[in-house]
Design a binder for this molecule. Structure first.
Ligand SMILES: Nc1ncnc2c1ncn2[C@@H]1O[C@H](COP(=O)(O)OP(=O)(O)OP(=O)(O)O)[C@@H](O)[C@H]1O
Ligand SMILES: [Mg+2]
Length: 586
């Protein structure tokens, strides 16, 4: 039978340990009992039979896998309704089908009210019997299955609950043990839903008093905060993105705390943003340290700056001192040099001046005497023109020539002494270091004087050409300016390696209130490197003893002190021109 086969397809979840589903038949009428037992066994069921209610209940108690009870209503000892009540106590799942005879329908209805599955009327239709039994069996199976499912579900729920509790405990302990971090969650309206121990510690609120409050409670009042939770605009809150920022929390006691915040969104299963999680770390101490470090760094920088300034001003002072020292040294050397030259020259000039004075005066007297003697001799010769002896002597001694030459000799000698006198005067002019004073000076005359002094140096080397423009006189210290001319002329002469060379001394009206003196030579010239160093003190290319390397550095200083300048044009192997430009200074 199809239905029977199906009914025996027991769900393994509810399979009883004691074999196939069993039916308990309780009837005091043996023939009915045996008929039912056989029929049902034939239908594939395991069947227990009892002749009264008590016996049936005892069998049920033994737990023989009875799913369905078929019980007569009217029985001695224990009737069907009692059996139903007892059976429900022992096994609430057991399905009870009551068998009614004529006159017991009311009991059947009563049984149904009390929870019987169905009733069958005697005499029984077998098909109806099997159908009802099968349905009862099915219901029992479903009930068991349902119970098993429920039990299983409960077990799963219990397991999950345990897992969740464990996870929650774990998470709570993680959250709470994160002492250094305030972990705060809020919904999108900003109501706080999670506030860990770290947050409690940092902000002083208890979890109870802060839960449900708005996150803006945690920030200083009046501060301009964004519209969303934790002051972040909701538009900035993208799922799976962490917003990093720094902020200031206001603790319950009003202490401001600088925090670095990581703000992330909380999403539901579908990925919809439902809230915000903020993990904040107190960085007040770190900020304080940073500020202190910055202050120290600034202090240090200032200190370094001050020291640098101090050092550089010291450096400037040192440079100044060095310059002064150099100049003083130059001046010392120069003045010593000039003083010794000057003393020597002044001495020589003085010594020469006296003898030259009387030689010149004597020569002048001698010229007059000679003229007188010549006149007397001429007259005597005229008178004694017939005296052969006198005539002979006059001719033999070449008196006429002597008288003529004497005049010339005396005049030349006189010129010579004049020249010596001029040189002596020039020498005195140039070397008289004591007379270093500012005066209106004729530079062309000064050049002539200097040329006279250095003539001995120059004359074997070069011929000197003068190109004087008749420049106006210049207010200057003529001794110093002469010293410049002297050095540049001597340098020009030294530069001529292949005599005879040429030195041109030129004066130029340079501008309305400036004059220039140019000293040009066709000597060896200079390369760029030498040219760049010639004004440095002690720079010389000359052999030891010939040059100190001070001439041009002193010259440069003298002209600078006069408000003028020195220019140099030079070409190696062609020659050099020094141009001394001086303001007229009136
Ligand atoms: N007319 C020139 N032609 C070529 N070189 C020159 C000329 N004038 C100067 N110099 C170069 O410049 C150098 C410096 O000249 P400076 O007059 O300062 O010193 P010096 O002549 O060497 O020594 P000092 O003048 O002290 O006796 C010279 O040694 C020389 O090399
Ligand atoms: Mg020189």
């Amino acid at each position: 039978m199809d239905t029977l086969a199906k009914s025996s397809n027991i769900n393994p979840l509810i399979a009883e340990e004691d074999g196939p589903p069993a039916i308990l038949v309780i009837d005091d009428e043996e023939n009915v009992r045996v008929l039912l037992q056989r029929a049902l066994e034939f239908g594939g069921y395991k069947v227990f039979a009892a002749e009264n209610g008590q016996e049936g209940i005892d069998l049920l108690r033994k737990g023989s896998g009875i799913h369905v009870i078929l019980t007569d209503v009217m029985m001695p000892v224990m009737d069907g309704l009692e059996v139903l009540g007892e059976a429900q106590k022992i096994d609430p799942d057991v399905e009870v089908i009551v068998l009614t005879g004529l006159g017991t329908q009311e009991s059947a209805i009563e049984a149904l009210k009390k929870g019987a599955y169905d009733y069958l009327q005697k005499p029984m239709n077998m098909e109806e019997l099997f159908l009802t039994v099968q349905k009862a069996m099915e219901r029992h199976r479903l009930t068991r299955e349902n119970q098993a499912y429920q039990k299983n579900l409960e077990a799963i729920v219990e397991k999950r609950t345990a897992q969740l509790t464990e996870t929650k405990t774990f998470l709570q302990s993680v959250l709470d043990s994160s002492w250094d971090y305030a972990i705060i969650a809020a919904n999108l309206r900003g109501n706080i839903s999670l506030f860990n121990e770290g947050a409690v510690r940092m902000l002083g609120y208890s979890q109870d008093e802060i839960n449900g409050e708005l996150t803006k409670t945690l920030f200083p009042p009046g501060k301009k905060n964004g519209s969303g939770p934790f002051g972040v605009d909701s538009s900035k809150l993208m799922p799976e993105q962490v917003h990093q920022c720094e902020g200031i929390f206001n603790s319950k006691s009003g202490v401001l705390i600088v925090v670095s915040m990581s703000i992330a969104t909380l999403t539901d299963k579908s990925g919809k943003v439902i809230g915000v999680l903020c993990i904040a770390k107190d960085i007040s101490e770190q900020k304080k340290l940073e500020r202190e470090i910055k202050k120290h760094t600034e202090n240090l920088e200032q200190l370094v700056e001050e020291r640098t300034l101090e050092l550089s001003s010291r450096n400037v002072e040192l440079e100044k001192t060095l310059k002064h020292l150099n100049e003083a040294q130059e001046q010392l050397v120069s003045s010593e040099k000039m003083a010794s030259i000057g003393q020597l020259a002044a001495g020589v000039a003085h010594e020469i001046n006296n003898p030259i004075g009387f030689v010149r005066s004597n020569l002048s007297t001698m010229t007059k005497y000679t003229q007188k003697i010549t006149g007397v001799l001429e007259a005597m010769k005229e008178k004694l023109s017939n005296d052969e002896e006198i005539e002979q002597m006059w001719k033999k001694q070449k008196i006429s020539f002597i008288l003529e030459d004497l005049d010339e000799l005396l005049s030349e000698s006189y010129d010579g002494t004049n020249r010596v006198a001029t040189i002596v005067k020039d020498l005195k002019n140039v070397s008289n270091i004591d007379r270093s004073q500012i005066m209106d000076s004729d530079l062309e005359q000064a050049l002539d004087s200097t040329l006279n002094i250095v003539w001995n140096e120059i004359k074997y080397k070069a011929e000197v050409e003068k190109e004087y423009a008749g420049i106006p006189s210049v207010v200057c210290n003529p001794q110093q300016v002469n010293q410049v001319f002297l050095n540049i002329l001597v340098n020009a002469s030294h530069a001529i390696e292949d005599p005879p060379g040429k030195i041109i001394v030129r004066t130029v009206k340079y501008s309305d209130n400036e004059v220039a003196v140019e000293i040009q030579d066709d000597g060896m010239g200079m390369d760029e490197e030498t040219r760049s160093k010639i004004f440095d003190a002690f720079y010389t290319t000359k052999e030891i003893g010939k040059g100190t390397g001070l001439g041009l550095s002193i010259s440069y200083r003298i002209i600078r002190e006069h408000g003028g300048s020195i220019e140099v044009e030079s070409e190696l192997g062609v020659g050099t021109t020094f141009r001394i430009i001086l303001p007229v200074g009136k």
